[in-house]
Design a binder for this molecule. Sequence first.
Ligand code: FMN
Length: 170
Amino acid sequence: MDVFTAISQRCSVRAYKATEVEEDKIRKILEAARLSPSASNRQDWKFVIVRNKETKKKLAKAAFGQTFIGEAPIAIVACGPEPKTFMACGQPAYTVDVSIAFAYMILQAYELGLGTCWIGAFEEGEVKKILNIPKEVRVVAMTPLGYPNQSPSPKSRKSLDQIVCYERYE
Ligand SMILES: Cc1cc2nc3c(=O)[nH]c(=O)nc-3n(C[C@H](O)[C@H](O)[C@H](O)COP(=O)(O)O)c2cc1C
């Protein structure tokens, strides 16, 4: 599968089979994150892999009852350990860096036949308590990971005309 095929066909998956995910596939998804680019190559990220059923249920509750997080055999929680680092452009490095790595993981998962769903709706304080994440560390995103139990169709997107302009902002 080429990169554009993965980008254009991947969809968020919100129903999962209980089937375990092979270790070599998990490893490849984590490698995709490890090899991602980051500001000044800081690689300032940490990914918590959760397999414990009770812990996943608690994460689903912390994500306002998105129960499918608990259905998947794995949940991945992406953290930024150094949230006080800002880039010269004023953006916090951790949100950008962790999000790039997470996007790479999600695409790699798709190529391996696995489903994911970027979860941004969660109570960060609750997630930190559940996973023993230190106070200074920020939680950027989480996703279930597993074999899809649904075949969602690609969602519509804005046209290029709506999102691109040339030479100056219009
Ligand atoms: C930053 C971010 C946060 C999101 N949070 C959630 C979420 O909490 N729950 C959920 O079901 N989907 C969530 N999504 C998935 C989006 O709803 C989804 O990507 C979007 O509707 C496009 O659909 P697609 O992923 O199938 O292409 C999130 C996606 C992103 C990028």
